[in-house]
Design a protein around this ligand. Structure first.
Ligand SMILES: Cc1cc2nc3c(=O)[nH]c(=O)nc-3n(C[C@H](O)[C@H](O)[C@H](O)COP(=O)(O)OP(=O)(O)OC[C@H]3O[C@@H](n4cnc5c(N)ncnc54)[C@H](O)[C@@H]3O)c2cc1C
Length: 307
């Protein structure tokens, strides 16, 4: 680690009063692909004050920052990320239900929110039970499934802007949710959100959750993957197009197109992001040459050339 990073790590540790900054951190293992990849520095913050402190010193040092949620939609390059990765810790895992309004911390896991709101006889978030991400990552991605997405229940979010350290509340309209997109920029860290759900019937919501879990087990693979690799083109599914090219089971090095679902890439233990990326590119080429459709990658790439 260079002098700049040494200084940054010492300053963060001093201001947070604990050894919070970890150098040369194995960030790949914090993603669901679990590839081998390092970042220069890693800090887990436990509250908004710590986040503001880290953001202010890193901003002054001019280093790149990436926030990681549950790493379930992230591929980090084999050469690593030359920057600071920030994770929101347990202090950002919270949920408070007030009639139809649910205030959630950004590190809270979607399946937890889905199950607890259903138990409280609130409906509208059951779909999220099979999405292994955090509220923050799901808002950034406008995660969705089973005919719904974050847009259907988010009322507002609170973000901290890394550029100026300001806290901002953003309403649903301003979030400009699209298909797996939102207006959240790479400088904005979601710290909290308010969901608005409808009155439901506990037993019905719980039944729906069981069905969704069953469906996922039957139709999607387990193991090391990041869910859908490509977004669906209009009126088509990426999985179907890939399957038609005969690519199920196709392997490059440590990465393989799932036999169970063609839009999932499975990675071997200690796998390589370069194999995943090569398989993504080859799949795009195959689909393009057969159908003239260029698939778009849903997974966020970190530490790659265009990053
Ligand atoms: C088995 C499996 C099934 C999946 N099924 C679905 C599905 O049905 N539907 C679906 O939409 N997705 C699905 N996914 C993908 C993934 O779970 C979602 O995109 C999820 O919302 C990502 O959340 P995360 O916390 O893991 O974000 P990460 O992967 O950690 O990050 C994703 C992006 O969000 C940013 N980010 C993370 N936290 C914050 C924050 N607090 N503030 C601002 N930006 C932030 C990151 O910088 C990055 O750009 C699946 C993944 C897996 C592994």
């Amino acid at each position: 680690m260079g002098q700049l990073w040494d200084r940054l790590a010492s300053e963060i540790n001093l201001l947070l009063g604990r050894k919070a900054a970890v150098a040369n951190f194995d960030i790949g293992q914090m993603t669901t692909y679990r590839t081998i990849a390092k970042c220069t520095l890693f800090v887990q913050v436990e509250n908004q004050e710590e986040l503001l402190t880290v953001s202010s010193v890193s901003q002054k040092a001019g280093v790149k920052i990436v926030v990681i949620g549950n790493g379930s939609n992230l591929l980090i390059s084999d050469s690593g990320f030359n920057g600071l990765v920030v994770k929101l810790g347990n202090g950002f895992e919270s949920m408070e239900i007030n009639e139809n309004s649910v205030e959630v911390g950004a590190a809270t896991k979607l399946p937890v929110v889905a199950r607890q709101t259903s138990s409280a006889a609130l409906s509208g978030f059951e779909w999220a039970v099979g999405v292994p991400g955090t509220i923050g990552g799901a808002i950034k991605m406008n995660a969705g499934g089973h005919g719904s997405d974050m847009n259907d229940s988010i009322q507002s979010v609170e973000v901290i802007d890394l550029e100026n350290g300001q806290k901002l509340r953003i309403g649903r309209k301003q979030l400009q949710f699209g298909y797996r997109t939102s207006s959240i920029t790479s400088n904005q860290i979601v710290v909290q959100a308010v969901l608005e759900l409808t009155d439901g019937i506990k037993s019905e919501s719980e039944e729906m959750i069981k069905d969704i879990v069953r469906w996922r087990l039957e139709n999607q693979p387990g193991g090391q993957n990041a869910g859908s690799v490509f977004t669906n083109p209009e009126n088509q599914t990426a999985g179907n197009l890939i399957e038609k090219t005969g690519s199920k089971g196709h392997r490059i090095g440590t990465a393989q197109i799932s036999e169970k679902h063609a839009n999932f890439i499975q990675v071997d233990p200690n796998g390589k992001a370069s194999d995943v990326f090569a398989l993504m590119e080859e799949t795009r080429r195959r689909v393009f040459s057969e159908f003239g459709i260029m698939l778009q990658i849903e997974t966020k790439l970190v530490g790659f050339d265009n990053d």
